[in-house]
Design a binder for this molecule. Structure first.
Ligand SMILES: [Zn+2]
Ligand SMILES: [Zn+2]
Length: 387
């Protein structure tokens, strides 16, 4: 019904009702990567800073990237074409390497009289992928650049110096990719260490498409790099993720005080990010905790008559399923100690022997979160009303 209303609104606004034409309303809602604010009031915005179109080796026009990103509820995206790898250049000549960004930006623009969700356009961030054949340096994305042509040529340090002079945020792409790293392990090379030391390299992909890397995660923590997840999509998001089944593209959550392009850039540079990958959240401990505390609550009820057995609702306002392990002393009457709270839903529990419900707290390991390789976030929750 909502889709039908949106479609009608789009027709009335003179725009093609693309979003409603294919997905049903339920799927359209399921696929959006939207999180509540953190307890300290920051917005949690999903961005994908690594995608491709036909302007490098992708299979789609930039407009399709924009439409997918809108459907996924992204706040911002980049079409980061390979600078040095241009297999379609004879079919699609484009001497201006900003062309893909320009087309995506135009596609993302909304009419001035748009209402509601459409009133806030998807932000398209200008970016490119520095694409070297060997590791090091491998591939490095530069986003928030002002002119891709100026960073097109030269060796990587020079390219990154120019990108940084343009104000770029830069990150090491898929540092464990088997095409360049046959053992599948990310290793910090002297060149990467130097780029980080010189503040030319600011982040690293811990998750890319269908892959996630503990070694990249450890490099991020050891070197205080921003932690990113990206789709690196070349085909279609709909082909690569089980969207109807509750899946989402690999992406980055940015924790920001300002819902603007500058706010996203500042949060990236400050490392206030969490990678979202296959319903897992990976990031620095304080960032993962902020996202989970913003989206996971408990509500303590009154004891069942003549007992000290207390009902508790565990409420998940996030788009990912939370897998919780009860690691506190409290016992459950009707569940095992590991259970899943589905995205956007409430899980009902009964707790045994709670003499004073107003003092109840529950301590969980959140098994689909990572604050370091193989290490899950643990947190204690209290009912916000009674405490
Ligand atoms: Zn590519
Ligand atoms: Zn790449």
């Amino acid at each position: 019904m909502r889709a039908a209303v949106l479609a009608l609104a789009a027709i009335l606004a003179g725009a093609a009702p693309i979003a409603a034409a294919h997905d049903g309303a339920a799927i359209a809602r399921e696929r959006r990567i939207t999180f509540p604010k953190t307890p300290d009031g920051r917005s949690v915005l999903a961005v994908d800073l690594h995608t491709h179109s036909v302007f490098s080796d992708g299979a789609v026009w930039p407009d399709v990237r924009v439409e997918e990103a809108k459907r996924d509820g992204l706040f911002a995206m980049a079409v980061s074409e390979h600078l040095e790898y241009q297999p379609h250049i004879s079919d699609i000549p484009h001497p201006d390497r900003n062309r893909s960004y320009q087309l995506a930006s135009a596609a993302a623009a909304v009419t001035p009289d748009s209402q509601g969700v459409a009133a806030r356009p998807l932000i398209v961030i200008p970016g490119s992928e520095i694409t070297k054949l060997v590791m090091p340096p491998g591939h490095i994305n530069a986003v928030f650049i002002t002119d891709a042509n100026a960073i097109r040529n030269g060796e990587v340090t020079t390219q990154l110096q120019v990108a940084n002079a343009q104000g770029a945020f830069t990150f090491w792409n898929h540092p464990y990719w088997t095409s360049q790293t046959p053992n599948g392990l990310a290793t910090l090379t002297p060149l990467h260490a130097q780029l980080i030391k010189d503040k030319l390299l600011h982040g690293i992909e811990v998750a890319n498409g269908a892959d996630m890397s503990d070694t990249a995660f450890q490099i991020a923590l050891d070197n205080n790099l921003a932690i990113l997840g990206t789709s690196d999509v070349h085909g279609l998001i709909d082909w690569e993720y089980d969207l109807a089944g509750g899946g989402h593209r690999t992406a980055t959550l940015v924790l920001t005080t300002a819902e603007t392009s500058d706010g996203v850039k500042a949060a990236l540079k400050a490392g206030n990010t969490v990678a979202i990958y296959n319903d897992n959240l990976a990031g620095k401990p304080q960032n993962v905790e902020a996202v989970v505390r913003g989206s996971l609550k408990i509500d303590v009820g009154t004891p069942l008559p003549k007992t000290t057995v207390v009902p508790v609702s565990v409420i998940n306002d996030s788009p990912v399923d939370y897998i919780l392990e009860n690691v506190g002393p409290e016992g459950f009457y009707d569940e095992g100690h590991v259970f899943t709270v589905k995205a956007g839903s409430t899980f009902a529990l009964l707790l045994t022997n709670v003499p004073d419900p107003s003092k109840l707290s529950l301590t969980f390991k959140v098994l689909n979160t990572y604050i370091a390789p193989r290490q899950h976030l643990q947190l204690t929750l209290r009912d916000g009303v009674s405490n």
